[in-house]
Design a protein around this ligand. Structure first.
Ligand SMILES: Cc1ncc(COP(=O)(O)O)c(C=O)c1O
Length: 466
């Protein structure tokens, strides 16, 4: 329940942010508000104090209260989402990572199954690297990462018409650190950024930790990222950056067309907005050629692209990269301030896998295997879940985004699965606001063994019986 002063403060805040009072305008006196809200002087003073703390109001001695000259950005009510309290983190982390008492089948973590990770190849290469480099692996490496590795990353990308400048690449501790650096290079806390909705929880968490406000841009399971919505939103909101995953968005598996990618650049240039592009699933296409990145067409420097080898090699290899466009200098400083670079043994291992083309050979097999598993997941979902369960086959990546009938009691479904030791990712973890309660994500990056198929059948039965 709210205190009276909070309710009055909410009304006054809306009048200020809605434009009734402009910067520098005098606000109603304490006496005026007291009689308008039939309240006490103390209550009205508390109203003003709370608005002063929020930076909306200034007090001028012997004169009264005025709208602050530097009002925080006005957020359109239907789109802007305030930061949520820490409970968001705790609840979602628990929903995603908690291990059930029983463990039968996990469909919730976006990680390749042990047998799909090229274990032998990675370990063999690592041993080779240790023998070859010896104690040099124990030294500090350049903060931006090994030069040879950056050259190899650029060479691998060039095969797909993606041109990266090795001198402008920064090696990072996975994709999330790259995102952290990219956002910090472009934004300050309280800036507004646009982000996909649904959006994977770990990405939302980085955004939240940096104190940014967000506008959620829908990613339609059929039509993909809604560019028209983005254009409409930025007309009346000062958006600083857009964070998006154009190639095989997690969780929908959608890919943005080349036309859409070029349109995003045009929007960025017209409005001077940075585009932060997550290409972590870019190598995992199920058909056709490896898609290009938005940055591969960009001449403005406003596009920052990042990726990592967590999804293509192994989650435990904490190695990603950032190509920060015109924000290189700031990004380089930020990387330095986060401590030294990724462990040299990982850098040399990935470098060698790229150099010998072992990475390319692995990817060719791996993405075919993932495509096969996606088809199996589709068949099994169709077979065991009710007809009104809706999903669109993914074009690449690791996941299927499943919509169930409105009003389905998903908590009961999760509790039923939990008791059996089966886990999916709850839809609610994919937004900063209460959305997607009738959705869940299923990850198909582990093989459908008879045991896992049985688990899916049992989950489907529980779902039908709800
Ligand atoms: C879209 C997306 N971005 C980033 C990450 C995190 O990547 P990393 O482990 O390399 O930090 C994930 C992992 O689930 C992801 O799905």
């Amino acid at each position: 329940m709210k205190y009276k002063y909070e309710t009055i403060a909410d009304t006054l805040r809306e009048e200020i942010t809605g434009g009734k009072y402009k910067a520098g305008d005098k606000l109603p006196s304490v006496r005026e508000l007291k009689s308008r809200h039939q309240s006490s002087v103390t209550t009205i003073q508390m109203v003003y104090e709370s608005l002063i703390v929020q930076g909306l109001v200034e007090s001028v001695p012997k004169s009264g209260y005025y709208v602050s000259e530097a009002i925080p950005p006005i957020l359109p009510k239907h789109q802007a989402k305030k930061q949520l309290p820490d409970v968001f983190f705790r609840d979602n982390l628990a929903a995603i990572t908690k291990h059930p008492e029983k463990q039968w089948a996990e469909f919730n973590v976006a990680m390749a199954g042990d047998l799909l990770v090229p274990q032998k190849l990675i370990l063999r290469t690592m041993q080779h690297v240790i023998r070859e480099k010896g104690t040099r692996l124990l030294r500090y490496y350049p903060s931006n990462g090994s030069e040879e590795l950056r050259i190899q990353i650029a060479a691998q990308a060039r095969q797909h018409a993606i041109f990266l400048n090795p001198e402008n690449l920064i090696i990072t501790d996975g994709a999330l650190q790259a995102l952290y650096i990219a956002l910090s290079a472009v934004c300050m806390s309280n800036d507004i950024i646009a982000v996909e909705s649904p959006c994977v929880f770990s990405v939302l968490e980085v955004i939240r930790m940096l104190g940014l406000s967000v506008i959620e841009i829908p990613v339609d399971p059929e039509k993909g990222f809604d560019i028209d919505f983005l254009e409409a939103a930025i007309k009346d909101t000062p958006v600083k950056a857009v964070v998006l995953t154009p190639n095989f968005h997690n969780p929908t598996g959608k890919m943005l067309s080349d036309t859409g990618k070029k349109k995003i650049i045009a929007i960025a240039v017209e409005h001077s907005i940075a585009i932060i592009e997550n290409d972590i699933y870019g190598d995992l296409n199920f058909s056709g050629d490896r898609p290009r990145t938005i940055q591969s067409w960009d001449e403005s420097g406003l596009v920052l692209t990042f990726s990592s080898y967590s999804k293509t090699l192994a989650g435990g290899i904490r190695l990603g990269w950032l190509s920060p466009g015109r924000f290189f200098e700031k990004a380089e400083q930020l990387k330095f301030s986060l401590g030294s670079t990724v462990a040299p043994v990982y850098q040399e291992t990935v470098c060698r896998l790229l150099e010998t083309k072992s990475y390319d050979r692995h990817i060719r097999r791996f993405r075919m295997q993932l495509a096969k598993q996606a088809r199996q997941a589709i068949v099994l979902l169709g077979r065991y879940f009710p007809e009104h369960t809706f999903f669109v086959p993914p074009q690449g990546g690791y996941a299927i985004w499943v919509r169930t009938a409105e009003g389905t009691d998903m908590q009961q479904f999760y509790a039923y699965c939990e008791a059996l030791g089966i886990r999916f990712t709850p839809g609610t973890t994919f937004s900063l606001t209460p959305n997607y309660s009738n959705y869940f994500r299923i990850v198909f990056a582990d093989a459908f063994t008879p045991l896992r198929e049985k688990a899916l059948k049992a989950a489907g039965k529980g779902f039908r019986d709800l």
